[in-house]
Design a protein around this ligand. Structure first.
Ligand SMILES: NC(=O)C1=CN([C@@H]2O[C@H](COP(=O)(O)OP(=O)(O)OC[C@H]3O[C@@H](n4cnc5c(N)ncnc54)[C@H](OP(=O)(O)O)[C@@H]3O)[C@@H](O)[C@H]2O)[C@@H](O)CC1
Ligand SMILES: Nc1ncnc2c1ncn2[C@@H]1O[C@H](COP(=O)(O)OP(=O)(O)O)[C@@H](O)[C@H]1O
Length: 342
């Protein structure tokens, strides 16, 4: 392996780079860093999930006629394509009104982090819900940027009806508001500080869908392992969290993966991300966006996967190879939506 790398020659891997784990995306020891990989029949998890994905370089799939055979197996991993996402986008019908489109509630922000509330609402306004209710102490900041948001600063239960809640970005230690949301009988997305505050048994006891959206550091804290362990084994980590919390889990990062509640079924891997998304607040935009898709009627796994797909695409369209901020990503979500819907 070292001789090949030291030679400076172009390296093309056949099927998978030597040393990466085909089934998990893990890289247990030395592995070849290829410039390109030609793979056969179907993509393997090791070609789609970091850290292994990075070793494959540009990947080309060659059809070797396995179509019929592959259909007999349940995949362990799925990557939504444009046509899949297009089918799932919630488009208002001729007879829709703002309530029929779904209302999303956002419980986010604090005196310390008012910006997280603004960014979460920015995402929520672009996710297909007909209205966004913001509840919390950053109402002035939210309304200054988005007069279309419906704001209040009392308990979430008194804010008016919603079809889904998003709770956590920049929330600080406001456990009371979080508890109200977890107790509500509608789909709930929990992110950031909400993940630190939430009670696992309360999540497990919920009957409406729950979507947890940790980054690797938050997932590590929930699992009681190191951040490095989560990043080295994303598929194991996301399945384990989904099983422990009885919730759908979207694990963010260089590869974003979504596991179904209780860890069953195929894990969705997002194909659209870009490392330009590694900027403060872009996760807050994602949680608003995915929560809005929940309110518009998507199931938790679809809301997570479609949200990540649009968010990744928005990041690419906003960045075009240059640094961008989280607001730019939110502003580009309609471009991503049009790109998928076209
Ligand atoms: N605009 C807004 O209002 C925004 C508000 N936001 C809100 O902020 C809150 C906290 O969320 P978060 O994800 O940033 O923190 P968290 O999971 O605790 O991880 C902290 C880890 O990072 C590390 N670390 C820190 N600095 C570092 C450095 N320079 N270089 C390297 N490492 C560094 C630090 O390491 P340590 O200092 O402990 O060694 C620790 O491990 C949350 O409410 C979120 O919603 C964000 O969404 C952003 C936009
Ligand atoms: N290297 C990367 N490649 C692709 N996407 C990334 C990368 N790093 C971060 N992201 C994405 O950027 C967002 C960051 O969210 P998060 O970690 O919650 O930050 P914040 O709390 O500042 O909003 C997530 O959607 C994550 O998937």
């Amino acid at each position: 392996m070292r001789a090949a790398e030291d030679s400076g020659a172009l390296i093309v891997s056949v099927d998978l780079p030597s040393g990466v784990d085909a089934d998990t995306g893990q890289v247990p020891g030395d592995a070849v860093r290829a410039d390109a990989t030609v793979t056969f029949g179907t993509y393997k998890p090791g070609l789609l999930v970091d850290p292994a994905r990075e070793y494959a370089g540009a990947v080309r799939l060659v059809d070797i006629g396995l179509g019929g055979e592959l259909g007999a197996y349940e995949p362990e991993l799925e990557a939504l394509q444009y046509a899949d996402v297009q089918r799932l986008l919630p488009v208002p019908g001729a007879e829709s009104d703002k309530y029929r489109r779904g209302v999303v509630g956002v419980v986010a922000g604090s005196a310390r982090y008012p910006g997280a509330a603004v960014l979460c609402v920015a995402g929520a306004l672009r996710g297909g819900a007909g209205a966004v209710r913001y509840v919390g102490p950053a109402a002035d900041a939210v309304i200054a940027r988005f007069p279309e948001a419906l704001v209040s600063d009392g308990p979430p239960a008194k804010a008016g009806r919603v079809q889904a809640w998003v709770a956590g970005p920049g929330l600080g230690d406001d456990a009371g508001r979080l508890r109200d949301v977890v107790d509500a009988d509608v789909p709930v997305l929990i992110d950031a500080d909400g993940l630190r505050l939430v009670d696992r048994d309360a999540v497990r006891a919920r009957t409406a869908p729950t979507l947890l959206t940790p980054h690797a550091g938050e997932a590590a804290a929930l699992l009681g392992v190191s951040r490095g362990e989560v990043e080295a084994g994303r598929l194991d980590a996301v399945r384990e969290l989904a099983a422990r919390y009885g919730a759908t889990v979207l694990l963010k990062g260089s590869t974003t993966v979504v596991a179904e509640a209780r860890g069953g079924g195929a894990v969705r891997v997002n194909p659209t991300g870009t490392s330009w998304l590694a900027t403060a607040g872009s996760g807050d935009v994602l949680s608003g966006l995915a929560g809005s898709l929940l309110a518009a009627g998507l199931g938790a796994r679809d809301a997570g996967a479609v949200g990540a797909f649009l968010h990744g695409l928005a990041g690419r369209l906003a960045a075009e190879g240059a640094p961008v901020g989280a607001q730019d990503v939110a502003d580009a979500v309609p471009l991503a939506w049009r790109d998928v819907g076209a």
